[in-house]
Ligand binder design. Structure first.
Ligand code: CP
Ligand code: NVA
Length: 304
């Protein structure tokens, strides 16, 4: 694995290798066992969108690994004034050991990888959010021991989270069911992959998607960059909510997951959110452990 650009690029084995290393690093972190595997390495973090979890977990993770994280706001870089990403990639490759980027177009991340000579990590684009989904898979495996026979359900916008969850969920062997309104379906490349892979259903009916599910996911109705569509989306997504009725259709011990930030009363009720706060915040914590594993895999490819 040379980069982490999207879940579509990862093999099933690479996903499991990341999860296994994340488990090990989580244990070391929890038991204060030093694991300064990236001493002397520098991570540049480019943010073109807001972030709480991604920024803090990457920054802390790099520090715990003995490396140096550099926060680079796009507003302060020349990239924000139009310097092409191809040139930025070639310059930053001369200074840094790895780049994490959060931006809008997936193409920008792919260009960084093509023109740079160091590993690139996608910290969220409009197309996908692979770091989040690796943390989500880590959390599901912690709670359920393995993925065999599990049904994962996603209710809401066919956005970056849906795109990554479908691919990640299917690759590790779960059944995946998705409920989205017409006009808000996941990306065609993802649907093509899912159709080829099998074990996937797409419906307009949240209750149908949630039936007998073991894990229920949702995400905001309007993602970052869609601020002008908020009112129109509130109408389109009415009914696409994780609530008691949806939970009643799922298995009694179903987990609820949310990448956060959450909008209570929109995609999830306050009641369901609080009933499942334990797993939702374990999921947030696991960003740290999963990303540390990704950084070690990319910057120290021979590490176990
Ligand atoms: N889930 C997630 O990526 O959160 P942030 O936007 O706060 O980084
Ligand atoms: N779909 C959301 C995820 C935030 C972590 C967004 O892109 O804003």
């Amino acid at each position: 694995m040379k980069h982490l650009l999207k879940m579509l690029d990862l093999s099933r084995q690479e996903i499991f290798d990341i999860l296994d290393l994340a488990d090990k690093l989580k244990y070391q972190t929890k038991h204060n066992i030093p694991h300064r595997m990236l001493e002397g390495k520098t991570l540049g973090m480019i943010f073109q969108k807001a972030s709480t979890r991604t920024r803090v977990s990457f920054e802390t993770g790099m520090y715990q690994l003995g490396g140096y994280p550099l926060f680079l706001s796009a507003n302060d870089l020349q990239i924000g004034r139009g310097e092409p990403v191809q040139d930025t990639a070639r310059v930053l490759s001369r200074y840094l050991d790895c780049i994490m980027i959060r931006t809008f177009a997936q193409e920008e991340v792919e260009n960084l990888a093509e023109y740079g000579t160091i590993p690139i990590i996608n910290g969220l684009t409009d197309f996908c959010h692979p770091c989040q989904v690796l943390a989500d898979l880590l959390t599901i495996r912690e709670y359920k021991a393995n993925f065999d026979g599990l049904k994962m359900c996603y209710i809401g916008d066919g956005n970056n989270m849906a795109n990554s969850l479908i691919v990640g969920g299917l690759k590790v062997g779960m059944q995946v069911s998705v409920a989205c309104p017409d006009g808000y379906h996941p990306d065609k490349k993802v649907l093509d992959f899912a159709e080829q892979q099998g074990g996937f259903t797409l419906t307009g009916n949240p209750l149908e998607a949630a039936t007998d599910a073991d894990v229920i996911f949702t995400d905001v109705w309007s993602s970052m960059g869609m601020e002008s569509e908020i009112e129109q989306r509130k109408i389109a997504f009415k009914g696409y909510q994780v609530n008691e009725e949806v939970m009643a259709a799922a298995h009694a011990d179903a987990m609820v997951m949310h990448c956060l930030p959450a909008h209570r009363g929109e995609e999830i009720t306050a009641e369901v959110f609080e009933n499942h706060a334990q797993e939702i915040f374990d999921e947030a914590e696991n960003r740290l452990h999963a990303q540390k594993a990704v950084m070690v895999k990319l910057m120290l490819p021979d590490a176990e």
